[in-house]
Structures are given as structure tokens and as C-alpha cells.
Design a protein around this ligand. Structure first.
Ligand code: PMP
Length: 755
């Protein structure tokens, strides 16, 4: 193409030199004349482009009033159309300066960036948008949800779920308020390679190709997204831009309140498009490099409590922050409403407001790393699980007296995770209801009454649950042991001087069997967790169940595995805890993680046991097995399987156990590290080997101050319990271990000083 000729004929300029530039949506050339520099753009002509360029011309005419550099047009001598394809031709002055992406971002620079955008907003709001008001581009945040179609190009499930989480939050929090947001023409791409600076101030902006008629706040959302990338303290950078903008063009509170999710949305559009482009142009290192900062900020964004971000954004515009009831007030209300028998975690209780995967956000703006909440196996508010519940609630909820597919489909999926002999399922609403029912089934099948339990075991809050839970009946005011309960010692390898190579199992198994031998009328059931959670995360030793199960069965009893805490892949090596022992129970109890926080529990058993139960009265639970619960529980199975969470638990759990064991070498206070996958216990003891309840509590409360959540349990509350959502990463494991190390280090220097 005769570029020089074109410039001469249309603009009467003599080209000395020209050079092709990178361009998106147009062919671009840098044009040098003797005295000036220009950019020539050739666009493919179509109606949309024409309307966009005409609007751009009107916008630029308005912006000329401002003391900034804009790509102002050089007037043509001829009508704009050129060439056989009817391209549209544009020439504008080349703008000098360094790009915002190339310079150090001082606060002054960022404020001046906001000021430019604010002043632009003022002028752009006065330009009629009619020609492009119906322009619908997927980079416009009001059409964010259209990018869902690109989500599947993100290959790693742990990345995809973050994007999906923000789609969900947008649907929940942004979309319902959309009609209340101010609209205006906006530039819509104030990224740091479109913004020019000189001597520490923003001086201009180029590339109006993404201009659209959108929510005014989106201008700022895009701008702050890019300046926050790569920053240690991203909010600080964002806040400076907001301040500048607000000075020039006052923002509304509701606009600032949505900014956190709009930034997330822009990041998601960016990573979705990168993922798509990577598929289109495999091997492009440019895409891989450019998507990195977006991913880094997106992952970091999850670690920032939206309440904190919104507080800062509001402050930048001089608005006060949203008020939550004070924790003290809430404590008083609690005291007046609830029984004191409901305890609170930590010396300084936390008022929670939101959560995302392994993070929990309190009302004060803090983010907690959750290393404790095993119920949220798929991660807090996992979008797939949330949506399955929302959709099913909106369609049908009923009970087992009708036929619906959800209960059948889920039962098939659940039973497929068990050995063939366990082929009947009863669905209920909690672990307690499950253990209660399992014991009823056992008694009904065996015709016997006595139940063998482990010391320090816990199996539920119903009357029967408490009867079989030494953890409760043996505690103060617990009522003591019922005569029908056979209490077997906790087979704890640590402290026993026996190795877990079969010797400990044989010893404790023998001890238990002696106690069982005294029962002339036999026992109905033996119930135990594979790793005794409330006992302080105590794994049953190898060979223990192999010794006991035959004894119970010989006496006409059945064996129950309580998988409420450990089931669904948390243990890493196995989906169910009993699988580690090469035995198959007759009944399995499950709950907690089954619905990722939604109340659902189950008993899985053999056909023979289910048959015995059928001879009694009808079993009915109003909510047990309802379509909503089943849909949610099935989505939890989907997530565990699709995201490889069991394998992930193994990998991260092994790393965490290794790091904790290294700490055990360093600090005598750590007496034992035990467990499997992401179900671990750390036993804390004093120098004389006795349980150190006070230190365990101190560590737990210090970690809470450092915004990491763990709990304590065990006979003396001397064991740190670690059982995070399975989205917990290796980096999270390191954070946790570093924090434990810091607390213990401080403790040992404190102790040394006291001595
Ligand atoms: N069994 C075990 C092993 C448990 O840990 C629990 C709950 N902590 C239950 C049963 C009872 O479950 P839920 O609280 O859902 O009733």
C-alpha cells in the first residue's frame, strides 16, 4: 500500500518515514514528516466501526478543552473512505511521553491519573452516546457474564473455580444493582499501556477503540485494575486513583461499593481471554507473560476482604464505611437469645461476614486463612455447589414419598465409592441423625443392645449420640456411662511405646477384645472413627480393626465406621478412612463435608441390614434425601472428582506433615504430628511430657491473631487440629507452619527470659 501517497493525498503531508505499528482492530503506521509525527490508522469499514469512529470524533472534540494529550484528529481533505475495501482512514498526532506501564507509580502520579479520568468523565458525560449505546462488547463490565463461554478454556480447575466464584459474586451482588448505576460514555481501556506520563504526572490517553456506553464506575474499575497489578499493596495504588477521580468527578457510594467485584470481573475477563487466545495461538509466550500479572492479582484479590477494600475505596472519596453491629453488642444479643452451652471459638471471638474457598472474611475487614473447617471440603462458597443449591431450590424441593431423579442419581454416585457389599443408603440431615439411625439399624438387625465405643470418641448430639460419645458423657455434667455401653481404651500409638507396625494394633485390639469377651449377651455394634477426631486426631493403629471386627461379628454384632470427619477424600490416600485398614464395615456414617456446609448426612449399609430394618415401622425423614440436598451433595462429589481434591489433599497434606515434623525436631513442645492427608493433629506437651493445654490454647489464639484458624481438641485440649478446606495450597501450608514456628519461637525466647 502506498502509505506516503495516501497521507499526501488525504492530509497534504509529505511523509519522510513510516513504520508499521502493532494494532488491534486497525492497521497502524507511525508517520514522520519533517516537523511532526503522526499515527495513521486504517480500519475495516462497517457500520459499527463507522458509528464508533464518529462518536470518537465527537468525544475528542469535547476533550480538546482539557489540558491533556488525546489522539486528536488531523482533518482530511477528502471524504474519509478509501480503497476498494472502503477502509476508513484516520490520522492523529503522535503523543509523546512515557507509558504509565514504564514508570514508577508515585502517589502523585496515580492521583493525577485519577484526575485525568475524572475530568474526562465530566466531558464524556456530555457527549450523546446514541450511535454506540447498543454496542455490546465482552470487555464491557456490564456484559461480564458473556465471558462465561470462555471459562472452559482455563485449564487448571483451581484457576477456573476462582473465575467462576467471581461470576457468581457478580450475579449476586452487581447484577441486581445494575439499574441503579449511572451510565456514560467511557473510554473503557485505561490500561497502563494506553496512558501517557511526563515528569511524574499523567498527561494523556490513547486508543478509544473500546469506548462504550457503560456504567461510569467501570472506567475507574478498569483503570485501577491495571495500576494494582504487580503491587505489594494493591489497594493503596487503587485508592490514589480513586481519590484523583473523585476530586474531579464525585463518585456515588453505591458505585464504590461494587468496585471490588468490578475489579475482579475485569481480571476475570482478562484471564478468560488469555486462556482462549492461548488455545487459538498455542506456544505464544506473549500471552503467557501478559496473563501472569492478572492471575497474580486475581489470586491475591481473594486474600483481600471485600469489606476492607470497600472501606478503603469509600474513604478515598470521603465516605464513611459501612457499619456492622459491634462484636460486643452481638455478644450481648447472643447471651440474651442463645444458650451459653453454645461455645465460641477463641478468646477474641470473630464476627464473620463472607468467605471464599480457604478464606473467611470478618466484619472488620480481616481475612482469615481457614485451616480448620473440614465441612467446607470443596472450599467456602464453591460456585458450583452454591449454584446447584440455588437452581434446585428454584425448581423443586420435596420428600422421599415422591419419585425424583436427584436422590437416585446421588445414591448411585455415592454408593459407587463403596465396596459392593455396602449397597443401601439412608439420607438424613446431619452426622448426628446418621449415627442415631446407624445404631438403630444395628440394634434392629442384631436384636442386641450393647454398643462398644472408644474412649474420647464423639458421634453426635442426639440422646443416642451422647450415650455412645465418651467425649460427652464422661465430661463434667455429662451424665456418665450408660450400662449398655462398653468403653474401649483409645488405641493411641503416641505414648504407648509400641510401633504402628501392627504391634500397637494387636496390643490394643487384644485389650479391647478382652473387654468384649466379658459380654455374655454379645454386642449390637462397635462404632469408631478411623482417626478419632475429638480424641485429638488419633489414627487407629494398623491391625486394630482387623482384630476387633471379627470379634464383634462373632458375637453377632455389626461394625460401624464413623466417617463424618474424615470421609470424602480428605485423607489423601483413601476416599474413606476404613479403606486404610483393609476391612469393610457393615455401616458407614457420613455428614459434615457431604454437602459442603449444607445439612446432609447419610448411613450406607448392606442389603441384609436394610432388610431387617424394613420389618419395623416406616422410616421417614421430612428433609432427608430431598432434591435440594441431593443436588448439592452431588455437586460436592463432582467438585472433589473434577478438581482432583483427594490427590491434592495427599500432596499438600504430605508437605504440611513434613513441615510440621521438621518443627517437631526444632521445638520440644511439639510431641507428635499425626494423621493423614489434610486431617492432621499436632500434640503439644510440656517439658515433662505431660499435655500442655495452656500452650496449645496459646498457639491457637496467637494464630487467630495472625489470621489463621485452627482448633484444639483431645482429652486435655492439647492437640492442634488442622483440617482445612481442600482448596488449601502448599503456600497456605507454609504460611501456617511459619506462623506456628513464630509463635513457638516467641514462646521459647519468652521462657528463656523468664528463666
Ligand atoms: N460423628 C463425628 C465423628 C463427628 O465429628 C460429628 C460432628 N462433630 C458427628 C458425628 C455429628 O455430626 P453433626 O454435628 O452433623 O450432627
Amino acid at each position: 500500500m502506498d502509505i506516503a501517497g495516501l497521507v499526501k493525498s488525504h492530509f497534504n503531508l509529505a511523509v519522510q518515514e513510516f513504520q508499521a505499528l502493532e494494532g488491534y482492530g486497525s492497521a497502524n503506521y507511525r508517520i514522520d514528516t519533517e516537523s511532526d509525527q503522526f499515527v495513521l490508522k486504517l480500519y475495516k469499514a462497517n457500520d459499527e466501526r463507522k458509528r464508533l469512529l464518529e462518536t470518537e470524533s465527537r468525544v475528542l472534540k469535547k476533550l480538546i478543552a482539557l489540558p491533556y494529550d488525546f489522539p486528536s484528529e488531523v482533518a482530511t481533505r477528502y471524504p474519509q473512505y478509501h480503497g476498494e475495501d472502503g477502509e476508513i482512514l484516520r490520522l492523529h498526532r503522535y503523543i509523546h511521553g512515557e507509558f504509565l506501564a514504564e514508570v514508577t507509580h508515585t502517589e502523585g502520579l496515580l492521583v493525577s491519573f485519577g484526575q485525568l479520568l475524572g475530568r474526562m468523565a465530566h466531558h464524556m458525560a456530555q457527549v450523546e452516546a446514541y450511535q454506540i449505546a447498543d454496542r455490546e462488547i465482552s470487555w464491557d463490565l456490564q456484559y461480564f457474564l458473556r465471558n462465561k463461554a470462555l471459562q472452559e478454556y482455563i485449564s487448571a480447575p483451581e484457576d477456573q473455580r476462582i473465575v467462576d466464584y467471581f461470576f457468581l459474586q457478580y450475579e449476586e451482588q452487581v447484577a441486581p444493582l445494575a439499574h441503579r448505576l449511572r451510565k456514560s460514555l467511557i473510554h473503557n481501556d485505561a490500561n497502563d499501556w494506553n496512558v501517557l506520563t511526563r515528569e511524574g504526572k499523567v498527561t494523556g490517553i490513547i486508543d478509544f477503540g473500546d469506548m462504550c456506553y457503560s456504567w461510569l464506575i467501570n472506567e475507574l474499575a478498569v483503570a485501577i485494575t491495571y495500576v494494582m497489578m504487580g503491587k505489594e499493596a494493591p489497594l493503596q495504588a487503587g485508592v490514589a486513583v480513586i481519590r484523583g477521580f473523585h476530586e474531579e468527578y464525585p463518585l456515588e457510594e453505591q458505585e464504590l461499593d461494587l468496585l471490588y467485584y468490578l475489579v475482579a470481573a475485569r481480571l476475570c475477563i482478562s484471564v478468560c481471554n488469555s486462556a482462549y487466545s492461548k488455545e487459538q495461538y498455542p506456544g505464544s509466550t506473549y500471552i503467557t507473560i501478559s496473563e501472569k500479572p492478572a492471575w497474580t492479582l486475581l489470586r491475591k484479590w481473594l486474600t483481600i476482604n471485600p469489606i476492607l477494600a470497600t472501606k478503603k475505596f469509600r474513604e478515598a472519596a470521603g465516605y464513611g464505611s459501612r457499619k456492622f453491629p459491634a462484636t460486643n453488642e452481638q455478644l450481648k444479643r447472643r447471651d440474651n437469645l442463645l444458650s451459653k452451652s453454645l461455645s465460641l471459638s477463641y478468646k477474641e471471638p470473630i464476627q464473620m461476614h463472607r468467605s471464599a474457598f480457604q478464606y473467611m472474611y470478618d466484619t472488620e475487614g480481616n481475612t482469615y486463612l481457614d485451616a480448620y473447617n473440614n465441612i467446607m471440603i470443596a472450599g467456602h462458597c464453591h460456585p458450583r455447589v452454591v449454584r446447584s443449591g440455588q437452581q434446585m431450590l428454584a425448581r423443586l424441593n420435596t420428600n422421599t414419598r415422591y419419585i425424583y431423579d436427584e436422590i437416585l442419581s446421588y445414591s448411585e454416585r455415592l454408593l459407587a465409592t463403596f465396596p459392593d457389599s455396602l449397597n443401601r443408603v439412608f439420607l438424613v440431615n446431619s452426622g448426628s441423625a446418621a449415627s442415631d439411625l446407624a445404631l438403630r439399624l444395628a440394634k434392629c438387625h442384631t436384636g442386641k443392645e450393647k454398643i462398644a465405643v472408644l474412649e474420647h470418641g464423639y458421634h453426635g448430639n442426639t440422646q443416642t449420640g451422647i450415650r455412645v460419645s465418651h467425649y460427652k458423657y464422661a465430661s463434667e455434667g455429662g451424665g456418665g456411662k450408660d450400662p449398655q455401653i462398653i468403653q474401649l481404651p483409645l488405641p493411641k500409638v503416641y505414648g504407648s511405646d509400641l510401633a504402628d507396625d501392627g504391634k500397637a494394633g494387636a496390643y490394643f485390639g487384644g485389650e479391647a477384645n478382652q473387654l468384649l469377651a466379658n459380654e455374655a449377651n454379645g454386642v449390637a455394634a462397635f462404632i469408631a472413627e478411623p482417626i478419632v477426631g475429638c480424641g485429638g486426631q488419633v489414627p487407629l493403629p494398623v491391625g486394630y480393626l482387623n482384630a476387633i471386627y471379627p470379634k464383634i461379628r462373632n458375637q453377632g454384632g455389626v461394625c460401624i465406621s464413623d466417617e463424618t470427619q474424615v470421609g470424602f477424600g480428605r485423607l489423601g490416600d483413601h476416599f474413606w478412612g476404613f479403606e486404610a485398614y483393609e476391612i469393610v464395615p457393615d455401616l458407614v456414617i457420613m455428614g459434615k463435608p457431604m454437602g459442603n456446609g449444607h445439612p446432609i448426612g447419610a448411613v450406607v449399609t448392606t442389603e441384609a441390614i436394610a432388610r431387617s430394618f424394613e420389618k419395623g415401622p416406616e422410616f421417614f425423614s421430612s428433609f432427608g434425601g430431598n432434591p435440594v440436598s441431593c443436588a448439592i451433595a452431588e455437586s460436592v462429589l463432582d467438585v472433589i472428582q473434577n478438581e482432583g481434591l483427594q490427590q491434592h489433599a495427599k500432596k499438600v497434606g504430605d508437605h504440611l506433615a513434613e513441615r510440621l515434623s521438621a518443627l517437631m525436631e526444632k521445638f520440644p513442645a511439639i510431641a507428635d504430628v499425626r494423621g493423614s492427608g489434610l486431617f492432621l493433629g499436632v500434640e503439644i506437651s510440656s517439658a515433662d511430657g505431660s499435655p500442655d493445654t495452656a500452650l496449645a490454647s496459646h498457639i491457637k489464639n496467637q494464630l487467630r491473631r495472625m489470621h489463621i484458624l485452627v482448633s484444639t481438641d483431645g482429652p486435655y485440649d492439647e492437640v492442634l487440629k488442622i483440617k482445612p478446606p481442600l482448596t488449601f495450597t502448599r503456600t497456605d501450608a507454609d504460611l501456617l507452619c511459619n506462623a506456628i514456628e513464630a509463635v513457638l519461637e516467641q514462646e521459647s525466647t519468652g521462657l528463656a527470659k523468664k528463666k
